[in-house]
Design a binder for this molecule. Structure first.
Ligand code: NCD
Ligand code: ZN
Length: 334
C-alpha cells in the first residue's frame, strides 16, 4: 500500500545559510517550519569567529524563529589560538568551518595556507570539536574541484586521527567513495539539490541561475552515488540543505552561488526516498545520524508529513526558491 503520511522526529538541518539583517527572520522562520535544529554557517559579514559573535548569532536566530534551536559553529581562522578554541568550546561550539580562500560566497577572507591552520585543527581535535570542510580546490577546473580536494582528508587522518571531519555538501561519486573509505570519524552532508538534479538541469537547456551553487551540481553518475549513499542507511551520510538565499537580482545579474531550498528541500528529500522505496531510512537520514555524529540529543519534537500536493511560490522574500512554480507532492500536515 502506498504511504501517504509519515511521522518522524523533527529534522536537523546541519548546514544552512541564514544571513544577517532584515531577511534573517524570514529565512529562519522558513526553515523552522521543517526543522528543529540548524547549524547556521558562519560566512556572514563579518564572519562568526569569536565566542561572542557565535553566541550573538545564535541568539538573533533563535529570537527570530521561536522554537528553532541553533547548534553553534565558528569560522576557522589561522589566527585562532589554543585558548580561543577552548573558549569557543566552553561557549557551546560544536564545530569550526574551514573555507579555502575564494571557494564560495564570502570566502575572500578564507584560508590560503592550509598548513597554517594545523595548530587550530590540533586544538579542535583535543577539544572534541568537529572540522567542517567546504571541500573544493578553488583554483582547479570547476568540475574537478571537489575530487582534487579529497587527498586533504587523508592528510587530516594522518595528522589528526581522532578529529571528526565533515565533507559538506558532497557533490561527486569520488567524494562519496572517499568518505566511505575513511574511518567513522569522517562523514558527509548531502543536500536536496544534489540528490534531485544534475548539471543538465542547470545548464542543459536555458541557463537556470537559480540552481547555480557551489559545489556545482554534477553528473547523473555522481547523483547516483549520492542517492545510493543517502538511501544506504550508512550513518556517515546525513542531511544538510546548504540552503543559501541570494536576492533574485543577485542571482540573475551577478551570478551569485547558492540555492534557496528552505521551502522545498525536505519535501524533495521525501520524494527522493519515496521513489527509491526507502522511506524507512528517512528519519535516520534527516533526524538521527547527524545528531549522533554531533553528539546531540535526538530531537523529541515530531513532525508529520502528508502526501498532499502544493505549489512552490515563484518568489519569496525577493528570492526565487528551489522548485519555484513546481508541484510538490509532500507537505507538512496541518
Ligand atoms: C553558499 C552561500 O551562498 O553562502 N553558497 C553556495 O553556493 N552553496 C556558500 C557555500 O556553502 O558554499
Ligand atoms: Zn553552504
Amino acid at each position: 500500500m502506498a504511504i501517504d503520511r509519515i511521522t518522524i522526529r523533527k529534522p536537523d538541518d546541519l548546514h544552512i545559510h541564514l544571513r544577517q539583517g532584515e531577511l534573517l527572520q524570514d529565512y529562519a522562520q522558513d526553515v523552522g517550519k521543517w526543522c528543529k535544529r540548524v547549524v547556521p554557517m558562519p560566512n556572514t559579514v563579518p564572519p562568526v569567529i569569536t565566542a561572542n559573535q557565535m553566541l550573538d548569532y545564535k541568539k538573533v536566530i533563535e529570537e527570530a524563529s521561536p522554537g528553532l534551536v541553533v547548534v553553534p559553529v565558528f569560522k576557522i581562522d589561522a589566527s585562532l589560538t589554543f585558548d580561543d578554541i577552548k573558549a569557543l568550546k566552553k561557549s557551546g561550539a560544536f564545530m569550526g568551518k574551514y573555507y579555502p580562500q575564494g571557494a564560495t560566497t564570502n570566502s575572500k577572507g578564507g584560508n590560503t595556507d592550509w598548513k597554517s591552520c594545523f595548530s587550530v585543527f590540533e586544538a579542535m581535535e583535543s577539544e572534541g570539536l568537529i572540522l567542517s570542510m567546504h571541500g573544493e580546490e578553488p583554483d582547479d577546473p570547476v568540475l574537478l574541484r571537489e575530487e582534487r580536494y579529497l587527498s586533504r582528508l587523508d592528510e587530516l587522518l594522518m595528522n589528526f586521527p581522532k578529529l571528526k571531519v565533515i565533507l559538506e555538501h558532497v557533490s561527486t561519486k569520488a567524494g562519496i567513495d572517499k568518505v566511505l573509505s575513511l574511518p567513522s570519524n569522517f562523514a558527509g552532508t548531502i543536500t536536496a539539490h544534489h540528490l534531485h538534479y544534475t548539471l543538465d538541469d542547470v545548464i542543459g537547456g536555458s541557463l537556470n541561475s537559480h540552481l547555480f551553487c557551489k559545489p556545482i551540481i554534477k553528473s547523473a553518475e555522481d547523483r547516483q552515488a549520492i542517492r545510493a549513499a543517502a538511501f544506504s542507511g550508512n550513518p556517515k551520510f546525513f542531511y544538510g540543505s546548504d540552503s543559501a538565499p541570494h536576492q533574485k537580482r543577485d542571482k540573475e545579474l551577478k551570478g551569485a552561488a547558492g540555492i534557496y531550498s528552505a521551502l522545498t528541500a525536505i519535501p524533495t528529500v521525501i520524494e527522493e526516498f519515496e521513489s527509491a522505496n526507502k522511506l524507512d531510512c528517512l528519519e535516520n537520514f534527516l533526524s538521527t545520524y547527524g545528531a549522533n555524529f554531533y553528539n546531540l540529543e535526538l530531537n523529541q519534537e515530531k513532525i508529520t508529513f502528508e502526501k498532499k500536493t502544493w505549489t512552490c511560490p515563484q518568489e519569496i522574500h525577493g528570492v526565487v526558491p528551489m522548485r519555484a512554480g513546481e508541484s510538490i507532492s509532500w507537505n507538512r500536515a496541518q
